[in-house]
Design a protein around this ligand. Sequence first.
Ligand SMILES: [Mg+2]
Length: 217
Amino acid sequence: MNPFVLGVDLDGVCGDFTEAFKHVVADELGVPVESLPTNRSWGFDEWGLAPDTLGELLRTAAVKHRMLAKMEPIVGAVESLWRLSDAGVWIRIVTHRLYVNWSHAVVVADTVAWLDRVQIPYRDICFLGAKPDVACDCYIDDAPHNVKALRASGNQVICFGQPYNTDIAQPRMDSWDEVEDYVLHLAANGGHQVQIQLPGFPVHVDRLASVQRPDPS
Ligand SMILES: [Mg+2]
């Protein structure tokens, strides 16, 4: 067996981080949600937050609001990851959520609880401080600095399209349908065994239901 390993980032790729964080910031600062544009830069410049405030709000979002356990999945991510996994692709979750000094216990517990709740399949998971290479055949990430660093060290990286990465070179994809197709072809062309599901078969995303953890709220 020589599985094709796909390194999958969570925030901004599988989970709608901007939308979830927007509600936390609106609540904490007492401002309307509509005043925080979705079309934002990586540093949230459009939200008018000082660097210290941003750091504190990110910590508050994780620890007080338990945002990492609650965010909505990005459209198509769950279904595509099941199809890729069923085709034989090894799903490796690669998250750099430990890059700040949040409670690691909360971050790790809420992350795996979230993966179970939204039914994302994975074989293993890496919690990283920085974002080094973790031996994947291909990565998918949305953070401009991660995409650039991984590509600079010779890795195959799909940039998942977000407003803050429009200047990143191809491959850059806005939908999980595109990602799924691209990864399957990459795996097949690289000599890996992939079994593409026949069209018309439903994707069962409820196979993790028996291991669901309680909602932390
Ligand atoms: Mg990300």
